[in-house]
Design a protein around this ligand. Structure first.
Ligand SMILES: [Zn+2]
Length: 202
């Protein structure tokens, strides 16, 4: 039998389902919350509930928007509607926005091709990219997946799929180390890789 009460064990279990959180970090987070009294834990619970209930994926770009509200990325009239930047995750949108080098539209893949992990083309929302292309406004698709094996494989797959669809396809130029994760690259480096992008097709 465990030395800890059931609700605590349940929370530990839930936290450990999250990426990057092992038993030690889960315990640290929970005890830090409990040490601060009821209110911080209740505030977190309320914000998580509202997150789950009132945030959804935008069907066009697949980034997150307030449920049923216009997408702040797709509907912003100041954005350049001739450019579409394809990224692995919604977090990458924030990183690219932070470079200040890009003001076009986005497509979030929510993963990279990985047959080993069961991630196939249909999980990446390619149909949403094709729907956008058929609108005729997109002039260039920038493939901004990371320079890892899966990132490169995904970029090549998309480049061949989207070639001859009427838009140029380019790949961001990496001044960043091969195998690097975007999350560890500074905004300046990422900005340079965007502005130095190379044409792949089109
Ligand atoms: Zn959107």
């Amino acid at each position: 039998m465990s030395a800890f009460p059931e609700p605590l064990l349940r929370c530990l279990e839930e936290l450990q389902k999250l990426p990057g959180i092992g038993p030690k970090s889960a315990q640290r987070i929970l005890f830090a919350l409990l040490d601060r009294g009821q209110e911080p834990a209740l505030a977190l619970a309320r914000s998580l509930e509202s997150l789950a209930r009132s945030v959804e994926r935008c069907p066009a770009c697949r980034a997150y928007r307030e449920t049923g509200r216009p997408c702040l990325l797709c509907e912003d009239p100041r954005r350049d509607r001739s450019l579409l930047c394809v990224v692995e995750s919604a977090a990458d949108v924030l990183l690219i926005e932070a470079t200040g080098e890009y003001s076009g539209l986005y497509h979030v893949l929510h993963g990279l091709l990985s047959p080993m992990r069961g991630v196939h083309a249909e999980h990446l929302g390619v149909d949403a990219i094709e729907a956008r292309l058929s609108g005729g406004e997109i002039r260039e698709i920038i493939l901004a997946t990371p320079p890892t094996a899966e990132g490169e494989a995904t970029a090549s797959f998309l480049a061949s799929l989207l070639a001859e669809r009427g838009a140029a396809v380019s790949r961001i130029a990496f001044g960043m180390p091969v195998g690097a994760d975007f999350q560890f690259v500074d905004a300046q480096t990422l900005g340079r890789s965007l502005s130095g992008r190379k044409t792949m097709a089109g």
